[in-house]
Design a binder for this molecule. Structure first.
Ligand code: FMN
Length: 362
């Protein structure tokens, strides 16, 4: 199994840990994954709540929080640490500038098309830029815009399918449509970026995400042309995951029936675990009275059924009655808390087994 190339960086194992907000992947999880040879990713979402004591405003606390999390991660690992920044965040620009100033190795930008991401690069910038897309069309638009406007191409592209946790880049009716399955999307995105690779003589690896849980899943996905995988839910039930144990326990006790699709205030569908809070949302009991944070472009507190940043922050702190856990379609498969090393070793072992079986069959 080859490492993953991201510009001039090479991972030991082709596994990226998907960014998980609010607070689920901070420096603890990110540095542990980086130490095992993958890419560890800190999520920016809601850092202003986690670091609320550090500054007077939410926006200032977000900047201080991101700076501290990157520095803490770098103290714990010499491996590759990235930052996940959602386009939907009102402070997207602040977060990108902070990540670049703190020399985050990679920025992963999703939940919208990050068309102007390269404009934040400074002359001394070493941070690699990676869009997260849900279609070949999105990959094409980004490559064209970045090359034309900034003479820059993505260092890697993550294609996230409809089995992912968190916000999904699909319409409700596309989520279970086989035409939008990750197995369909991978070759489409690989073929699309190949046009730019050839034209500009630059490698753009494609990594797949969404519902990948086992080494066998990873093997199957990489047979379709992906050069690596982005995995999130499987890392929630690790010792190093930054969430409260009560958050992790919701994964351990969930059945497949309890993984549900919700309509998020971000304006996209999302996948999460059922619970009391989401029941209350359906009953209209969670309406926000004000908006102290102004964290999302797409959210109007007078219209949305609840404040998502507060709900996700509550869940991160283990207050599961006042929030809920985002989760990928296979999150219910977890049965115990393991270390990140145990998870990655298990994935690699099962990947190698699948590879060996394929060789025997061939
Ligand atoms: C708890 C949780 C929080 C997430 N938060 C974010 C986020 O803040 N930004 C983002 O781009 N993706 C987010 N995601 C999506 C993941 O980064 C990842 O791409 C996806 O979940 C992969 O599918 P998997 O969980 O089945 O492995 C989140 C996923 C989960 C499970």
């Amino acid at each position: 199994m080859k490492g993953l190339k991201i510009g001039n960086l090479t991972t030991r194992v082709p596994i990226i840990q998907g960014g998980m907000g609010v607070g689920i992947s901070l420096s603890g999880l990110a540095s542990a994954v980086a130490n095992e040879g993958g890419v560890g990713v800190i999520s920016c979402a809601g850092l202003g709540l986690i670091y609320k004591e550090k500054a007077k405003t939410y926006m200032e606390s977000c900047i201080i929080g991101l700076r501290e999390e990157i520095q803490k991660a770098k103290q714990k690992t010499n491996g590759i640490v990235g930052v996940n920044i959602m386009m939907a965040l009102t402070n997207f620009g602040d977060m990108v500038k902070t990540a670049i100033a703190e020399k985050a190795d990679v920025i992963f930008a999703g939940a919208g098309l990050p068309l102007d991401l390269p404009k934040y690069r400074t002359p001394e910038c070493t941070t690699k830029l990676v869009p997260i897309v849900s279609s070949a069309r999105a990959a094409k638009i980004i490559c064209e815009k970045w090359k034309t406007l900034y003479n820059y191409l993505p260092d890697l592209v993550v294609v996230e399918g409809p089995k992912a946790g968190g916000h999904l880049g699909f319409k409700l009716n596309q989520i279970n449509d086989p035409n939008y399955a990750i197995e369909e999307l991978i070759p489409q995105v690989v073929n699309e970026v190949a046009i730019f690779e050839e034209k500009y003589n630059q490698k753009i690896p494609v990594v797949a995400a969404g519902g990948i849980y086992t080494g066998a899943d990873m093997h199957k996905i990489m047979q379709l042309g992906a050069q690596g995988v982005q995995i999130a839910s499987r890392f929630v039930t690790t010792t190093e995951c930054d969430a409260d144990i009560k958050f992790k326990n919701t994964y351990l006790t969930a059945s497949d029936q309890e993984v549900e699709i919700i309509q998020s205030p971000v304006g996209m569908p999302g996948r999460a675990l059922q619970g009391k809070f989401l029941e209350n949302v359906k009953l209209g009991l969670t309406r926000p009275k004000s908006c102290p944070y102004n964290c999302l472009h797409t959210c109007d507190y007078k219209v949305v059924p609840y404040c998502i940043i507060l709900a996700l922050y509550n869940a991160y702190k283990g207050n599961m009655d006042k929030g809920y856990a985002f989760a990928g379609s296979n999150a219910y498969l977890s049965t115990k808390i393991s270390t990140v090393k145990e998870v990655i070793d298990d994935i690699l072992e099962k990947y190698n087994l699948a590879e060996a079986n394929q060789t025997v069959l061939a």
